[in-house]
Design a protein. Sequence first.
Length: 152
Amino acid sequence: MRLDPYKHKERYLNWKEKVKRDGKIIEVSDENSKLLLRYIDDMELGLNVASRNKKGARNPITLNNLKQRMCFIANLVEKELKISNLTSLTEEDIFRLFNNMKNGTIKRVDGTDYQSVGDYIRVFKAFWHWWIKSNKKKGIDSKNITNTIFKK
């Protein structure tokens, strides 16, 4: 039995129950909510993960991290780029967004610069590769817009 002193599993299950009750993720648009819920559900089950990654379900710590960061990125895209659907992003859009986070054009809520933009980039790249893989299963070819984004 694994110890969970920070109650990650409980926090994830409470969030999931709240989303089920509300019918969507309240913080983001309806389109992004549906998309992110599919992504989180797939990660919970371990579906459509990259071929080089470990197979199987993701743990509650990872799921909490993914939901928090992807909701934040979706909000940022909606607010800064005025795009209501993450899947309609272009390479230039996402590059500009993360570049603005790095150089301090986009600030944190407390007014300071982001210190670890690479963490957000890594999570977005994982999301985008999931999007490509899930579309490939449906026979839809999606472009990889994350090639020019660096983690650092």
